[in-house]
Design a protein around this ligand. Structure first.
Ligand SMILES: Cc1ncc(COP(=O)(O)O)c(C=O)c1O
Length: 402
């Protein structure tokens, strides 16, 4: 474990992000390690006494180094980097279940995760019960002796709901199931889920961990035994991270705490501003006092996050016009990058759902998800103001607020 300057106190997140997993320095050694591109390693047999053989196995030096950094940030014994966020989720679920098992999952999940648990795993004989994560009573009622995993996502995508972890945790414990949490939106800077009893912390590292929209990766953080099980499954299904991507992810992580501080600040600033803009019917951000989970978010999180969702007057057509009118923010279906990214869940993550199903989980047409980047807030305000004017046709009132 990385320690603080007195050598005893565990280091803080900013220090972990920069130093965790680094080898002890020797004169002449590079401060930044190289990318070890070799797919295979000299290995004549078990008597060589070394595990490092082949980069799909997940213990190439770059894979190990980035995993150590993620474990330090999450405060877990171990971690594993994988080829994508979906590889992290799927490999975890495949490792934990077999035919006849059951999963209880939040109804508010990233679209493909929801498809994975409710359709894909069902094809393999693992059935799933979806529940409303904001109703504390449902978890205990949904688990059965066959339940192997309880799966949550926090804050939820794209509705930014924040809920108590304890009911899901207690339900999982009561039947010996794992509690897994996709913490992509929070990042380990805003919440370290293992501190709240989450057994497997999952990330799409494509997002905040990488932070620059230039890689696809995933991560799981858990105790050693659980990571060993997931690694074994990863070797079979082949979702290991490429060493070059692991290196790039590690570089991104070095600035994660700094970036999150700025994402948190600018998103809150913009959320407050959007709340006064004509043409915006609703603003969703846990930092706003009107958000249904504001108090809990204030208690639970170290930052409200970099995501803001808005619902525009004029529904889907207005949201389409808005996205086309943007000149600075980038209409693209991802989040967590240095650049502000804008998307409509009805076209992207939740395209598989019918309109009524989307509305039932709080995503009406006109819903726009904004991943607030690191640009100057006043430039973002000007861009969003002009795009809202173009989209909702209320020029005077919007212009007056710019
Ligand atoms: C919350 C969440 N989890 C998982 C994923 C999947 O990650 P990846 O695209 O890295 O596979 C995404 C992608 O948008 C996401 O938003």
């Amino acid at each position: 474990m990385t320690t603080g300057s007195n050598g005893r106190r565990p280091a803080g997140s900013a220090t972990h992000a920069i130093h965790a997993g680094n080898p002890a320095g020797r004169p002449g050694q590079p401060v930044v390690g190289p990318v070890v591109r070799s797919s295979t390693f000299f290995w004549a047999g078990p008597d060589d006494g070394i595990d490092l053989m082949y980069s799909r196995y997940g213990n190439n030096p770059n894979q190990l180094s980035v995993a150590a950094r993620i474990a330090a940030l999450e405060g877990t014994e171990s971690a594993l980097a994988l080829a994508s966020g979906m590889a992290a989720i799927a490999t975890t679920l495949l490792a934990a279940t077999r035919m006849g098992d059951h999963i209880v999952a939040s109804r508010q999940l990233y679209g493909p995760t929801r498809q994975l648990v409710s359709q894909e795993l069902a094809r393999r004989g693992v059935d799933c019960t979806l529940v409303d994560p904001c109703d504390a009573e449902v978890w205990g009622a949904a688990v059965t002796p066959r339940t192997r995993v309880v799966l949550i996502e926090l804050p939820t995508n794209p509705t930014l709901r924040v809920f108590e972890i304890a009911p899901a945790r207690e339900a999982a414990r009561s039947v010996g199931a794992l509690l897994a949490a996709d913490m992509t939106f929070a990042s380990p800077i805003n919440l370290r889920a293992a501190e709240h009893g989450v057994d497997v912390v999952i990330h799409s590292a494509t997002k905040y961990l990488g932070g620059h929209s230039d890689l696809i990766a995933g991560a799981v953080a858990a105790d050693r035994e659980t990571i060993a099980r997931i690694t074994k499954t990863m070797k079979l299904y082949g979702g290991s991270i490429d060493p070059g991507t692991a290196w790039l992810l590690e570089r991104g992580i070095r600035t994660l705490p700094l970036r999150m501080e700025r994402h948190n600040r600018t998103a809150l600033h913009l959320a407050r501003w959007f709340a006064g803009v004509e043409g915006v019917r609703e603003v969703i951000h846990p930092g706003l006092p009107g958000h249904p989970d504001h108090e809990l978010a204030t208690r639970l999180l170290d930052g409200y996050g970099g995501m803001v969702s808005i619902v525009l007057e004029g529904g889907g057509p207005a949201a389409d016009r808005f996205c086309r009118a943007l000149r600075l923010a980038v209409p693209a279906p991802s989040l967590g990058g240095v650049e502000t990214l804008v998307s409509q869940p009805r076209h992207t993550s939740h395209a598989e759902l019918k309109r009524e199903e989307r509305e039932a989980i709080g995503i009406p047409d006109g819903f726009v998800r904004i991943s607030v980047g690191l640009e100057d807030p006043e430039d973002l305000r000007a861009d969003f103001g002009a795009a809202i004017r173009a989209a909702t046709g209320s020029p005077e009132k919007v212009a007056a607020r710019l």
